[in-house]
Design a protein. Structure first.
Length: 312
């Protein structure tokens, strides 16, 4: 596999071992608010965009949707190293960008300005930059481009589409909320629901109660998160995970709980919404990121200022 066009190692940050770390790749538009610059690129073309970025290279970009999530991830690393300075199972963040290194200087400078521990900046000129994710052992990919996300999911990398929004940075610890079906779990029950309605889905769940559900696109990421969480006691953990699902607790919650138990994945809290809107409970949890496959749920989360990522 060819290396990206240009990978710039951030010498200010201790480099992690990608075979042991939980590698997260974010695109520049996921971590910073580049909407004005993106508009300039679409309307005036690449040359004008590069000129603008070079002229403003010392002006920090405003934070984007995934910014608070990356900051919280850094906090987890700090806590892990405090309890064991030799620990190698850490978060490792790399930025993937379609910029050239020249126009990318503003991105590097912005990351340094905010003290973000990004270990590598990969500047890729290929249309499909996701081909480099596997060689970097990426376990989660966040992008503001739908094609990127679909390509990454096809390559078997846990991925989600980040929508640009104003995010109030919540405090630590790192809080991650997962939807159930088609995110943590496979979409088998969703398919039955689409074909046979609610009654059919309920019957299917009762029949399959003892059988764990299949794996969803974010299971691998959630499992690694769970492994890191186990290094701490429940009270002292810098990671909190939540399941917020449209399932009802009475009829369809049992199989979800049994599946998590079977996987050995401990979740701090599970909310079975029985089809009720998720916004109010998300506003209470204040997660750094919320993963869901339903665009109406993503919109509900955005309405209450929760950073959201859609799993198509």
């Amino acid at each position: 596999m060819a290396e990206p066009e240009s990978t710039i190692i951030n010498t200010d940050v201790k480099q992690k071992d990608p075979s042991e770390a939980l590698v997260i790749a974010v695109t520049t538009r996921a971590i910073f608010n580049l909407e004005e610059e993106h508009k300039l690129y679409m309307e005036k073309g690449k040359e004008e965009y590069i000129r603008h970025q070079q002229a403003n290279q010392d002006k920090p970009l405003p934070p984007g949707t995934a910014f608070a999530f990356i900051q919280a991830v850094q906090y987890v690393n700090k806590k892990i190293l405090e309890s064991n300075p030799a620990e190698k199972d850490l978060f490792d963040i790399l930025v993937l960008s379609n910029n050239s290194p020249e126009s990318g200087m503003r991105i590097i400078n912005s990351a340094k300005h905010y003290g973000l521990e990004i270990s590598k900046f990969c500047f890729v000129s290929d249309e499909d930059s996701t081909q480099y994710l596997k060689s970097h052992r990426v376990k989660l990919f966040l992008s503001a481009d739908r094609t990127d996300v679909c390509n990454a999911l096809r390559r078997g990398v846990s991925s989600a589409l980040v929508f640009q929004q104003e995010v109030q940075a919540p405090s630590t610890p790192l809080r991650v909320v997962f939807d159930g079906d088609a995110v943590l779990f496979s979409d088998e029950t969703d398919q039955v629901f689409r074909e046979q309605g609610l009654e059919g889905a309920l019957q299917y769940e009762r029949a399959m109660e003892a059988v764990p559900m299949g794996e969803g696109p974010l299971k691998a990421f959630a499992m690694h998160l769970g492994k890191m969480r186990k290094k701490f006691s429940q009270e002292k953990s810098p990671i909190r995970t939540y399941l917020v699902t449209a399932r009802s607790g009475r009829d369809m919650g049992i199989r979800a709980i049994k599946t998590l138990r079977e996987w050995g994945l401990a979740i701090d809290e599970a909310f079975f919404m029985d089809g009720a809107p998720k916004g109010p409970i998300l506003a209470q949890i204040q997660p750094h990121i919320f993963f869901d496959d339903g665009l109406h749920n993503i919109q509900g989360a955005r309405d209450v200022g929760v950073p959201s990522a859609w799993v198509p």
